[in-house]
Design a binder for this molecule. Structure first.
Ligand code: AMP
Length: 118
């Protein structure tokens, strides 16, 4: 796959504040927030889209969910947040390096599928 901005960020080539990091992923603030709290969980492994992940990524995908919950809690929004993964251009994905959006701090309308991304 082609390198992306998230590849450069996870490798530390673009100075970015990590709200959380471990061997497998980092958490950063979204540069164009769609909610008062808008954080991205980005695996260090450059999987382009969720649909490109395989059985070998099962542990990593579970880890990303665990980290998302932990980071949301740490940011004080553990009681009310939304997790979003955009998959593919038609799904609103613009950076082709898998990432989870944590959105919080505004009302997440019941039944509303769109998180207001893109
Ligand atoms: P998606 O549309 O799901 O691919 O989400 C990509 C997200 O990355 C968008 O919400 C952008 O605002 C965000 N983004 C793009 N470049 C950066 C960057 N350098 N630092 C932080 N967030 C970024």
């Amino acid at each position: 796959m082609e390198d992306t901005i998230f590849g450069k960020i996870t490798r530390g080539e673009i100075p970015t504040e990590f709200l959380y990091e471990d061997d497998h992923c980092v958490a950063i603030r979204d540069i164009n927030p769609q909610a008062p709290t808008h954080v991205l969980i980005i695996p260090r492994k450059p999987i382009p889209r969720l649909v490109d992940s395989g059985a070998e990524d099962q542990e990593l995908l579970g880890h990303l969910l665990l980290v998302a919950g932990r980071v949301a809690d740490k940011l004080g929004v553990g009681e009310a947040f939304r997790l979003v993964i955009n998959n593919g251009e038609g799904g609103g994905q613009t950076v082709f390096h898998l990432h989870l959006h944590i959105l919080a701090g505004r009302e997440m309308t019941e039944g509303q599928l769109s998180a207001g991304l893109n």
